[in-house]
Write a protein that binds this ligand. Structure first.
Ligand code: ATP
Ligand code: MG
Length: 563
């Protein structure tokens, strides 16, 4: 148990207390997704929390599909959820469960509640139920069917199960307290009639248990010790406890603990909104790297360890808040920084001719892949040739104040190679720079403002003829407003959330780059080979994240702020 090394939080404090008082013999948690969409980074937080706690306390975590709502669930989602949890690095071993596994048990328990007088069949219609429920400030009213005998309710409940009544005609309700200040306790529904196919139980059932009832009983059946959920369920906790108490569930009973859900800036997390973005073609499927889904994050190039690091750093709180996107980006950088090779790529190339070297000039340079520790990842041979490509942004005909890279008469240093001085340039018919003419220098010749030898800025480059083509995708935030509602896409979406650089050029060593392989393109950011790169065609690279300080504006997007 290495809980000492992890930051304390209120959930760990509760668990420590519960273990100290022997309330529970050990820790058993569950992750209970509803299979009605793909998992997102908010779910990842819940996964890291639940599986992380079980790991740290030597317990276990169940994967349970909360499939009590037959209309919305799909097998595609069941499969993607498993893939995503596994990818995040967690295992449920053989403990994969479905709330629908418990439909028989849940039904028996409901009959028990009826027999003991804790539930009754109510004939109010959905709209009548609403008007009887009361308001946040005023009490509800008792249903005229509240006094029904257990025998009559049992008979009606069995006939509900047999399909005798239409949807909405009747429901099973808990008999609690219509005057409770907590609306959840005003005789909430336990079962409703729903004549829909279920993805696992087919047409066996025409009545389905409500979430609040199914969830606590499922937790209890599985012997969950700590049932961790998001804050909106705080007011449901009395109901959670009530069902288990009235069922006389043997102790220890699961304990519900709520924490603040993750809200991430510049994105939306509601499954409904995500579904809309996918269905309307605003993004290119559930794994479009601009989405906050786990599938998208994976495809963009984030590592599972960077997501776990992010979740650990943001911690758990008792109060809702919005997390800045920079936290996610910082975690990706911190994770990738020590792990990947540095190489050179030019996203938006402009050709440079070194005029003072002969045709066929070639100078081989041994350059380490990981300059901070040259031995660690080996090295490759770079070849400087008469024609090279540099980033269009690294040259300005009329440099703006503070521009310290190449411009006529100015010098720059080529990464790993020598110095160049700009002699002039040529433009095409549209006035765009088509060629930059330079001379190769052994040392810088200019002086800085104080008259000392200048130390020109370093720019990256690739040899023109030997470089390899690639398409690079530069992703930015999907929304331009920090807390989008997702309601007005036209005004909230960021039109520049994807910039495609189809003419990018890579250094020759990248010929062997394989799908899922990650690199740092020097000065540009971390990139991963897209798993869907076309066979035979130029590879597609997704930018995972920009470099913190290495990017001074330009083609690749906004300069990141610090978390
Ligand atoms: P939505 O409201 O978008 O449909 P949900 O919360 O209903 O999402 P579930 O599939 O029921 O989605 O969630 C499974 C688990 O993940 C639940 O325990 C839930 O509390 C947790 N979870 C969902 N969203 C977040 C979030 N943004 N932050 C933390 N945990 C979350
Ligand atoms: Mg839910």
């Amino acid at each position: 148990m290495d809980t000492e090394e992890r930051p304390k939080n209120f959930i760990r404090t509760f668990i420590d207390e519960d273990l100290a008082s022997s309330r529970y013999p050990g820790v058993a948690t569950r992750f209970p997704p509803e299979p009605n969409g793909y998992l997102h980074i908010g779910h990842a937080k819940s996964i890291c929390l639940n599986f992380g706690l079980a790991r740290d306390y030597g317990g276990h975590t169940n994967l349970r599909f909360d499939d009590t709502n037959p209309a919305k669930e799909e097998t595609e989602y069941v499969d993607s959820i498993q893939e995503d949890v596994r990818w995040l690095g967690f295992s449920w071993d053989d403990r994969i469960y479905y709330a629908s596994d418990y439909f028989d048990r849940l039904y028996e328990c409901a009959e028990r509640l009826i027999g003991d007088g804790w539930a009754y069949v109510c004939d109010l219609s959905p709209s009548e139920l609403r008007s009887y429920r009361g308001t946040l400030t005023g009490p509800g009213r008792d249903s005229p069917f509240r006094g029904r005998s257990p025998e009559e309710s049992l008979d009606l409940f069995r006939r509900m199960r047999a399909g005798e009544f239409e949807e909405g005609a009747r429901s099973l309700r808990a008999r609690i307290d219509m005057a409770s200040p907590n609306i959840n306790m005003r005789d909430p529904a336990v079962y409703r009639i729903k004549k829909a196919e279920h993805h696992r139980t087919g047409s066996k059932w025409v009545i389905y248990p409500m979430y609040d009832y199914a969830h606590c009983v499922s937790d209890a059946i599985e012997g969950i010790s700590h049932s961790i959920c998001t804050l909106e369920f705080e007011d449901h906790r009395p109901l959670y406890d009530w069902f288990l108490e009235k069922l006389g569930w043997p102790r220890p009973r699961p304990r519900q603990i709520e924490f603040a859900r993750l809200n991430l800036e510049y994105t939306v997390m509601s499954k409904r909104r995500l579904l809309q973005l996918v269905k309307e073609g605003t993004v290119d499927g559930w794994d479009d790297p601009r989405l906050p889904t786990v599938a998208a994050i994976r495809r963009r190039g984030f590592t599972p360890s960077s997501i776990r690091l992010f979740c650990e750093r943001i911690g758990v709180a008792k109060k809702d808040s919005w997390i800045e996107l920079e936290w996610l980006e910082k975690a990706a950088r911190d994770d990738l920084n020590p792990a990947v090779k540095r190489v050179m790529a030019v996203l938006d190339p402009v050709k440079v001719v070194l005029e003072n070297v002969p045709e066929g000039f070639s100078r081989a340079i041994d350059a380490p892949f990981f300059p901070d520790e040259p031995g660690r990842m080996g090295s490759r041979e770079l070849v400087l040739t008469k024609e090279i490509f540099i980033e269009r942004d690294d040259f300005m005909v009329e440099p703006s104040p503070g521009f310290l890279r190449l411009s006529p008469g100015k010098e720059a240093r080529l990464r790993w190679a020598s110095y160049v001085k700009c002699l002039g340039h040529e433009t095409d018919a549209d006035g765009r720079v088509a060629l930059v003419r330079c001379e190769l220098l052994d040392a810088p010749t200019g002086l800085d403002k104080k008259g000392r030898p200048a130390r020109p800025n370093i720019i990256h480059w690739v040899p023109a003829a030997l470089s390899l083509p690639a398409s690079c995708r530069i992703y930015d935030r999907l929304f331009k407003v920090p807390r989008p509602t997702g309601e007005d896409l036209a005004s909230e979406l960021n039109p520049e959330s994807l910039v495609v650089r189809d003419g990018a050029r890579l250094e020759p060593s990248m010929a062997s780059a394989a799908p899922w392989e990650r690199f740092q393109f020097e000065r540009l950011g971390y990139f991963m080979v897209d798993p869907g790169s076309p066979a035979g065609g130029p590879p597609v690279f997704n930018r995972v994240v920009a470099l913190k300080d290495g990017w001074k504006g330009g083609a690749a997007g906004a300069k990141p702020r610090r978390p």
